[in-house]
Write a protein that binds this ligand. Structure first.
Ligand code: 3AM
Length: 174
């Protein structure tokens, strides 16, 4: 099964992302828009792996305190468009610790540098630089858990299913 580890977005943040997507649609930017229920921040992409219970056991050992992230900009990696987050050392540390825990147990994952982003649009042929200004209302979200996700290809696009989640450990030293 195809697995990844991510922070799913909470409803208020999803609404702010939708505001950005609507502005793009109004400028006739076409492509595959990420549906609300799929919005997330990937911490580590594992890919095909047959033992999700082992992955859960490993990531449950990662300790972190809850923290806040703030979405504040729009960007583009080639044909993939994203909203970006302001610098957040706690998020970087969480991604690092998740990846470290996977590596220690020999669970494979994509080693590309962690670039925190929320994918909002794929397969777009447009260039952000050609658009009229798009406003990203700064939006904050409290991160108090992260999840092991399964990705399957549905008839109408990708379906992401949460297989388990790891809560923050209030009051416990990370
Ligand atoms: O939506 P984002 O960009 O956070 O792009 C895929 C998505 O990330 C990424 O994993 C997340 C869930 O599918 N992904 C898919 N295939 C990948 C691969 N081969 C990949 N990341 C790295 N390597």
């Amino acid at each position: 099964m195809r697995l990844f580890i991510a922070i799913p977005l909470k409803n208020e943040m999803k609404e702010r992302v939708k505001d950005v997507q609507v502005q793009l649609l109004r400028q006739h930017v076409h492509g595959n828009y990420t549906p609300s229920e799929n919005l997330h921040i990937t911490l580590a992409f594992i890919g095909e792996y047959g033992d999700p219970d082992q992955v859960l056991d490993v990531i449950e050992m990662v300790r972190f305190r809850p923290f806040t992230i703030t979405m504040d900009r729009l960007g583009q990696f080639d044909r993939l468009w994203w909203t970006g987050l302001s610098r957040c050392p706690e998020l970087d540390t969480l991604a690092h610790n998740v990846r470290y825990a996977l590596a220690e147990k020999g669970i494979p994952f994509d080693r590309k540098r962690f670039q925190p982003h929320i994918t909002i649009l794929r397969k777009s042929e447009y260039d952000l630089g050609d658009l009229k200004p798009v406003f990203v209302t700064p939006a904050s979200m409290w991160v108090d858990s992260f999840s092991l996700m399964q990705s399957t290809r549905g008839k109408n696009g990708m379906i992401y299913t949460e297989l388990g989640s790891v809560p923050a450990s209030e009051g416990v030293d990370p």
